[in-house]
Design a protein around this ligand. Structure first.
Ligand code: NAD
Ligand code: AKB
Length: 316
């Protein structure tokens, strides 16, 4: 039986992706792996793996007959700014280790996420097209842009079947974010329910592209299931869900929790956010593999609050 390996499975996306992949393909056929322990109880195999350790990686791949890899291990934008050299090392060498396994014929298919961070201050901010100026100003963005180039290169030169999406900021209730600039849009829900107040590290009018996690997981599985010939872009696809700023999400939360209050104390993450687009044009993803999001801001806010409230009730 050919199996799937998710690397970085204990993180924000991995936690939800593994759950969905296991429902789809069977618990035993999806191997979760991470350098740290899983955040939730596992229903299938888990391996401790440092993606920078090539021998350990090959042993796990051979042990489980892995043919498909979802590579999620990375340092995100805010964390990578604090440790640029390691951010570059992890984000690039993790990708090379996986691309080379496919080049050598050990695995057949790769998913590797890029980000809206590939864009920079000189990129058009509204309705940012698939093909445009890309001059990222963060280590994270530079690593994602370089990663996109390498994915396309490995596809063109060696026929590697690598597929990628430029995720916007992702918001879900099942896992916590891991050091990004868009993390406020998850934290705000936790604080709204716990203390009815939130101090935001971005300023009130900072509009960013965002997406509900279920949409992101569906996009990920859809692009991986699409016919090879439909994947016409081998760098990475723009995908869009919604765009909002802290004031707009606060207004939606106040529809449910009227006495919720927000205050603003922007920090170094403001500069990062200011360098990114405000909205994304995802025409190519819609046309090539039928991408369509299901969640707008009000559906996202209601879903987040309902589910987090239930989780808090269970905890108490
Ligand atoms: P995360 O930080 O929540 O999770 C990353 C996981 O990788 C962590 O569990 C961490 O322990 C693991 N990891 C770190 N170093 C490792 C190593 N050496 N070996 C094995 N595992 C290691 O990140 P996430 O939000 O789940 O993001 C996953 C991917 O998606 C990243 O490539 C990120 O750039 C991309 N992405 C995420 C978002 C988002 O909003 N979450 C948006 C755009 C792109
Ligand atoms: C981050 O803020 O670093 C991520 C991303 C948009 O890539 N959420």
């Amino acid at each position: 039986m050919e199996r799937i390996l998710v690397i970085g499975s204990s993180g924000q996306i991995g936690t939800e992706l593994v759950e969905t992949l296991r429902t789809k393909y069977g618990n035993e056929n999806v191997i979760a792996s991470d350098i740290r322990e899983p955040q939730v109880q596992q229903t299938g195999p888990f391996e401790t793996l440092d993606i920078l350790n090539k021998e350990q990686l090959l042993t796990i791949v051979n042990k489980h007959n892995v043919k498909e890899v979802y590579l999620l291990a990375a340092l995100l934008s805010a964390t990578a700014e604090k440790n640029p050299e390691f951010g570059w090392d992890l984000n690039m060498n993790s990708l090379f280790n996986i691309l080379n396994l496919a080049k050598d014929g050990v695995i057949d298919k790769i998913f590797w996420p890029s980000s809206i961070a590939v864009f920079g201050p000189t990129t058009p901010k509204q309705n940012t097209p698939q093909y445009t100026i890309m001059e990222p100003s963060t280590v994270y963005g530079i690593s994602k842009q370089a990663g996109e180039r390498w994915c396309e290169y490995y596809h063109e030169k060696y026929g590697v079947d690598v597929r990628s999406i430029r995720y916007p900021g992702l918001i879900g209730y099942k896992s916590l974010p891991g050091g990004g600039t868009t993390d406020y849009a998850v934290d705000i829900f936790h604080q709204a329910l716990k203390s009815k107040s939130y101090e935001c590290f971005l300023s009130e009018h900072t509009t960013l592209p965002m997406m509900y996690m279920e949409d992101a997981i569906n996009a990920t599985i859809n692009i991986m299931q699409a016919k090879k010939e439909n994947i016409k872009i081998r760098s990475s696809y723009n995908i869009a869900g919604m765009s909002f700023n802290p004031t707009e999400i606060t207004t939606e939360i106040q529809n449910v929790i009227p006495d919720f209050k927000i205050s603003y104390n922007p920090d170094y993450r403001q500069n990062i956010a200011d360098s990114w687009p405000q909205s994304i044009n995802d025409q190519e993803a819609q046309e090539h593999w039928n991408w369509q999001p299901q969640y707008n801001l009000s559906r996202l806010v209601n879903t987040m609050l309902q589910n987090l409230e239930q989780m808090l009730l269970k905890e108490n």
